[in-house]
Design a protein around this ligand. Structure first.
Ligand SMILES: Nc1nc2c(ncn2[C@@H]2O[C@H](COP(=O)(O)OP(=O)(O)OP(=O)(O)O)[C@@H](O)[C@H]2O)c(=O)[nH]1
Ligand SMILES: [Mg+2]
Length: 636
């Protein structure tokens, strides 16, 4: 077993030609420039990578171009860095891209770094001291205020040992990325490698990855198999968050993968074109009008976005308002992701921010609670966030939706939901799959259900209760099945409603008959009991009643439900007593004349016509009083 080596990603930053790449080479032995054009022009165009192991720390260097035309490449590299190596040439001091790169680091939330005063072999001590003062002045009040400033020379080697020591000291303070969370790798390169096929590289910002894992490629959602994983220039069993990582993918052509795409754990996330965020506009920026278009960079991806500040109006320099961003392309963005915005034209970095709601809705005037909601997402505890999220999901919030919006694990979601439900802040309308509803919305559904049942009783006094499906339908399509079921269950548990099979009634609801209804009901029953097996035609009985047809029908239903009357066939109804008598007759027939009885014998025994005898026998068969055997019946 090997001791886990700490992995730290160092990003260079600084003006063109200030010696970033030369310094990376001096530190690691690898010149990060790879492209022929870079070698020919002597400048860095795209990202370069190199590694250094020093005192138990594995440094992955991401070397960026200083040229102002290639800031978008720089942004793709800067996205995953743990600490910045700010490179300032001692003979030139602070220049425009020194400022821009440093602004970008600040806006991306980089919190640590080291300053290298390069080309120190080209200046004397006075000049060196002067530049140091300028740099100190520039960094005052920033995250690099107390960072070491080390004069170095890639040419003579001066200061390199001290710089390595400083990098180690800062690396020790880096808390690092969380390898226990969902896997996510923003892709910065994709290429074909002979004998391997498609390889993508990036800084692993979360989770871990190993061969044979399944991953999802965003945007597009293709599921792919990982053939192998490289890190730090060699094959590894597993790469973890914080490492430069190369992933060999099966089942995809390298031309179908490019910088800006993301590999992530499969089945959890969705790309987005609308996000809500907190954005900071640099003091040096021009103000932005409502719906201004900007270049948007997050992770290794870039697109164009429209910015709509909440509260309307313009976005002023130096401010940090809540905004809605409408993206031109679908990107995989998650809460807490940082991004950079650049002016549309001329292109300069003007601000940056952090994603709060990665699956935001289109802003509407009606949605007045959005700002408060975003503030909760920004600084609330997990319970507060889930409560606020649930409250805003009027149709219910499902587990998969919560994962996609929070990156929380299932267990974390369940635990949080249970604790919120215990304090009656939300309702768990279904445990498997987990579906949540805000307590207010749920109480509203409950109120409606109870009200509908109440109204049903009022409008249908002769009915015992409303059919479950009718009740559900009366609530409209927006109430999903789980919510309806949970409302019924809760109302039943509180003894407010009674659910009997497919019927729902107010607890203890009894049918109360008007005097004329009671009389009519008795009349029906008498008509049947008096007739014995010579049962009367139903419609004739009902027609003679003192109540109108609809109520008469209900009264008949009540008698059937009470089982005073029994429906033997669609047309035939008998009184309970008549059937009981018949069963006794059959029993005595069996005793005296044996268990067989023919249809004619049955007709004789009961004194009824064939028209009644056949349905009655079939009824008795169903009731397992008799069993058909050829033309005869066996009495059971
Ligand atoms: N004398 C001297 N020359 C240096 C030193 N470091 C770099 N140089 C030279 O400065 C030039 C630019 O160096 P690079 O390392 O390419 O500069 P860079 O910051 O990477 O430039 P971009 O990537 O294009 O932004 C090269 O010709 C280097 O040889 C140094 O410490 N001393
Ligand atoms: Mg360079």
């Amino acid at each position: 077993m090997s001791i886990q080596i700490k992995s730290v990603i160092v990003g260079t930053a600084g003006h063109i030609d200030h010696g970033k790449s030369a310094l990376v080479e001096a530190l690691t032995g690898t010149h990060p420039d790879r492209l022929a054009e870079e070698k020919r022009r002597g400048i860095t165009i795209d990202l370069g990578f190199a590694f250094l192991e020093e005192d138990g720390v594995r440094f992955g260097f991401v070397d960026v171009p200083g040229h102002e035309h290639f800031v978008s490449n720089m942004l793709a590299g800067a996205a995953g860095i743990d600490l910045v190596l700010l490179v300032i040439a001692a003979d030139e001091s602070i220049k425009p891209q020194t400022r821009e790169h440093f602004d970008i680091c600040r806006l991306l939330g980089v919190t640590r770094g080291v300053v290298a005063l390069t080309k120190s072999d080209l200046v004397d001590a006075d000049m060196s001291g002067l530049v140091r003062l300028e740099v100190e002045e520039y960094l005052r009040g920033t995250f690099l205020e107390r960072a070491p400033i080390i004069p170095v020379s890639a040419k003579t080697g001066t200061g390199l040992a001290e710089l390595k020591k400083a990098l180690n000291a800062v690396a020790a303070e880096v808390s690092g990325k969380d390898e226990t969370r969902y896997f996510r790798l923003p892709i910065d390169r994709a290429f074909a490698m002979k004998g391997f096929g498609t390889v993508v590289t990036g800084t692993l910002i979360s989770g871990s990855i190993r061969a044979e894992d399944e991953v999802e490629l965003f945007p597009g959602g293709r599921r792919l198999r990982v053939r192998g994983v490289h890190s730090g220039g060699k094959a590894v069993e597993r790469a973890i968050a914080g490492q430069r990582t190369a992933v060999n993918l099966a089942g995809i052509d390298h031309a179908d993968v490019s910088r800006g795409m993301t590999l992530a754990a499969p089945g959890h996330f969705r790309t987005t074109r609308r996000v809500d965020a907190r954005v900071t506009l640099l003091p040096s920026a021009r103000k932005l009008k409502h719906r201004a278009r900007v270049h948007f960079h997050a992770g290794t991806a870039a697109t164009i976005a429209e910015i709509l500040p909440y509260g309307g109006g313009i976005l002023a320099p130096g401010q940090s308002p809540l905004v809605h961003l409408r993206l031109q392309d679908n990107l995989l963005l998650l809460p807490s992701d940082r991004f950079i915005v650049r002016q549309f034209s001329p292109v300069t970095t003007i601000g940056g921010g952090v994603i709060l709601d990665s699956l935001a809705r289109r802003p509407t005037l009606r949605d007045t609670g959005r700002a408060a909601f975003l503030e909760t997402l920004e600084s609330g505890k997990r319970e507060e966030i889930l409560e606020a999220m649930t409250e805003r999901a009027h149709l219910g919030l499902a587990q998969e939706e919560i994962v996609a919006r929070t990156c929380w694990f299932d267990q974390e979601i369940r635990k949080t939901a249970q604790s919120l439900a215990a304090s009656r802040k939300i309702k768990i309308v279904s445990a498997e799959p987990l579906v949540l509803l805000g307590r207010k919305a749920f109480d509203e559904v409950r109120r409606k259900v109870a009200e509908r049942v109440e109204r049903f009783h009022k409008e249908n006094p002769l009915s015992p209760g409303i059919a479950r499906e009718d009740l559900r339908a009366s609530l409209g399509k927006r109430v999903r099945a789980e919510i309806f079921r949970a409302a019924l269950e809760e109302l039943a548990a509180e003894k407010k409603l009674e659910v009997q099979g497919e019927q729902v009634k107010r607890a203890g609801a009894e049918i109360t008959l008007q005097p004329e209804e009671a009389r009519a009901k008795e009349q029906i029953e008498q008509a049947f009991s008096g007739a014995g097996l010579a049962a009367p035609a139903v419609q004739e009985v009902l027609a003679k009643l003192p109540v109108e047809a609809r109520r008469a029908e209900k009264l008949l239903q009540i008698l059937l439900r009470e089982k005073s009357l029994v429906r033997v066939s669609p047309e035939l109804i008998f009184h309970r007593d008549a059937l009981a008598h018949l069963k006794r007759q059959l029993a005595s027939h069996k005793k005296t004349k044996g268990e067989h009885i023919s249809v004619p014998a049955f007709k004789e025994l009961t004194g009824i016509t064939r028209k009644y005898a056949i349905p009655l026998l079939e009824y008795l068969d169903r009731e397992r009083v008799t069993r058909r055997q050829g033309d005869e019946r066996v009495i059971l």
